[in-house]
Design a binder for this molecule. Structure first.
Ligand code: ATP
Ligand code: MG
Length: 541
């Protein structure tokens, strides 16, 4: 067996060695109340990835115990996102598939004297729970007989009571140092229509009670979840042990993925969408998988990131620049190169006539990528920032009397400029050197800089979009997200691009040389180049 890559795999190895489990079964448990985000990608990486590693199985488990917030729209989006990441689930199951079993187990707990119907209101229950330092107070209804409890519970199920009027509580220990064990509520009354079971139920099980049962019913061996459930594990184990589950699933917790400058809570993401701060759940600035996909970030880059960030037991915040560095590394090896000029300045090659194709390397890291021809001509556009009338020292781009290589083509020397009435440069005139052609340069001329260009006669107009992070850096720890939102985070430029981009497949990601990685798309017949990630590497931690 391959070596354990993290503490979860070490635990599984020892369970396998001890013969406690034969085949690994996990589950990915989203609640269908929003779109998946990059944090969920980490959870998928752990759940699906662990099953894959052991030749085991991973189910898609929809945690739909909370009927009022769940929607079928989200179920569909979640399925699509999982498939996009490249994972396949064994079975698709819903907590609601087990509502009957969960109910039967509750009756069994009542018969065992391990659960009771409580008439305290939700507020009263909270008030009598005690604190971290003080024990809670026992409910006056705690000593009802199993017969009485059973009758009341059945009446709850039959719809005799209003929301909150009664609930079912596990009878554990009001003095437990773990607040989750102080007679937790396991069923509540909620007259709500469920997206799958309709109006069949007016009582719904609480997550902490339902989850171990659902895991057991699916044959889950290792229930992998995030650290906030660590304190709930004793309740998870209590349910399994009390109901005699064998083999009992084992819960293991790992640290959530947090990224700087990203909101990762569904509640906030929903707010951004509803308030129109972004274009939708799939806005390219959103950390949702739909947003990342729309941004042009490949699924493989997200999985690389999860693998490189690792699986640990300590919560921490990962720099967004680290994520971007991983995406850049991924695309650098794969993305074809192209040229576009964001702020065009006309460059006329005075001693050149006609047009010729120069060979342009598609990706130097991909030996199968090969070359394509680009039309070189007399009138070109270069980046305004690649020419300076007043260059600082060590300026290797174009200046009057200076030499620069035009990518994949010739070395040119700038001779004179044309300016408008306000003195702005509107055109640069240059001389090219025929012997300096890329790949067969015998000119002996030294040009330190290489700049990108497009052929002005052939170039097409493109809308170029760049993005800032949706969240500004926090000014102090715990600053509310709403104060950090950057509403003006989308910037639009009008660029001149190679015509080859028009013919490229929709959604293809290019490295626009010296600018960044951009996704090609067409909107209303216009070419749009939308930033995936810049070329600038800000990661230095
Ligand atoms: P949110 O707080 O964004 O609403 P959630 O935990 O309520 O997230 P669920 O749908 O319950 O979302 O999550 C499904 C699984 O994904 C859970 O096991 C949860 O622990 C895990 N998960 C959610 N966010 C992250 C994260 N940032 N990093 C790792 N795992 C996560
Ligand atoms: Mg949750």
């Amino acid at each position: 067996m391959a070596e354990a890559e993290n503490f979860i795999q070490q635990i599984i190895d020892s369970d396998l060695e001890a013969g406690k489990v034969k085949a690994v079964q996990t589950r990915f448990p989203p609640e269908p109340n929003g779109y998946l985000h990059i944090g969920h990608a980490k959870s998928m990486f752990v759940n699906f990835g662990t099953a894959q590693k052991y030749g085991g199985k991973c189910n898609l488990f929809f945690d739909d115990t909370n009927p009022s917030k769940e929607k079928t729209e989200y179920v569909d989006a979640i399925r699509k996102d999982i498939e996009w990441l490249g994972y396949r689930w064994e079975r698709e199951v819903y907590a609601s598939d087990f509502f009957d079993v969960i109910y039967d187990f509750a009756e069994r707990l009542i018969e065992m004297g391990k659960a009771f119907v409580c008439d305290l209101s939700p507020d009263e229950i909270r008030e009598t729970r005690g604190t971290l330092t003080e024990p809670g107070t026992e409910s006056p209804y705690r000593n009802r007989t199993p017969e009485e409890n059973l009758a009341l519970f059945r009446a709850m199920k039959a719809g005799k009571y209003a929301d909150g009027e009664k609930c079912l509580r596990a009878k554990i220990d009001m003095a437990s140092p773990n607040v989750n064990l102080r007679d937790p509520v396991i069923y509540r009354i909620l007259h709500a229509t469920h997206h799958r079971t309709g109006d069949k139920w007016c009582i719904y099980p609480m997550y902490d009670y339902a989850h171990p049962i659902c895991d057991y019913m699916q044959g889950v061996t290792h229930s992998l979840c995030t650290l906030e459930f660590e304190d709930h594990r004793p309740l998870y184990d209590w349910v399994g042990l009390t109901l005699g589950f064998s083999p009992k699933p084992r819960q293991i917790e790992f640290a959530r993925l947090n990224l700087t400058n990203l909101v990762m809570s569904k509640r906030y993401l929903k707010k951004l969408v509803e308030e129109g701060s972004v274009h939708g759940w799939d806005d390219p600035r959103m950390p949702t998988l739909a947003g990342l996909r729309n941004r042009g970030i490949p699924a493989g880059a997200i999985l690389d990131f999860c693998a490189r960030a690792g699986v640990t037991k300590a919560n921490s915040e990962c720099e967004i620049s680290y994520f971007e560095a991983v995406v850049r590394d991924y695309l650098n090896l794969r993305a074809p190169r192209a040229m576009a000029v964001v702020d065009p300045l006309k460059l006329t090659v005075t001693n050149y006539e006609g047009e010729e194709e120069v060979p342009f390397g598609i990706n130097q890291f991909d030996e199968h990528a090969g070359e394509r021809g680009i039309a070189f001509g007399k009138t070109l556009y270069i980046e305004r920032s690649d020419f300076s009338l007043d260059p600082p020292p060590k300026y290797y781009r174009l200046k009057l009397g200076g030499y620069v290589r035009l990518k994949s083509a010739y070395i040119v020397r700038a001779d004179e400029v044309v300016t408008d009435a306000a003195g702005n440069v509107t055109e640069v005139k240059c001389t090219y050197f025929p012997e300096s052609r890329s790949g067969s340069d015998t000119s002996g001329i030294k040009a330190k800089g290489v700049i990108h260009w497009v052929n002005a006669e052939r170039a097409v107009d493109a809308e170029l979009r760049q993005y800032d992070h949706l969240l500004r850096d926090a000014e102090y720890a715990g600053q509310d997200f709403s104060e950090r939102i950057r509403l003006d985070s989308e910037h639009i430029f009008h660029a001149k691009a190679e015509p080859a981009l028009l013919a490229a497949p929709e959604g293809e990601v290019f490295q626009l040389m010296r600018t960044g990685y951009y996704k090609k798309c067409t909107e209303d017949d216009r070419l749009v180049l939308s930033e995936v990630v810049s070329l600038k590497d800000n990661f230095n931690k």
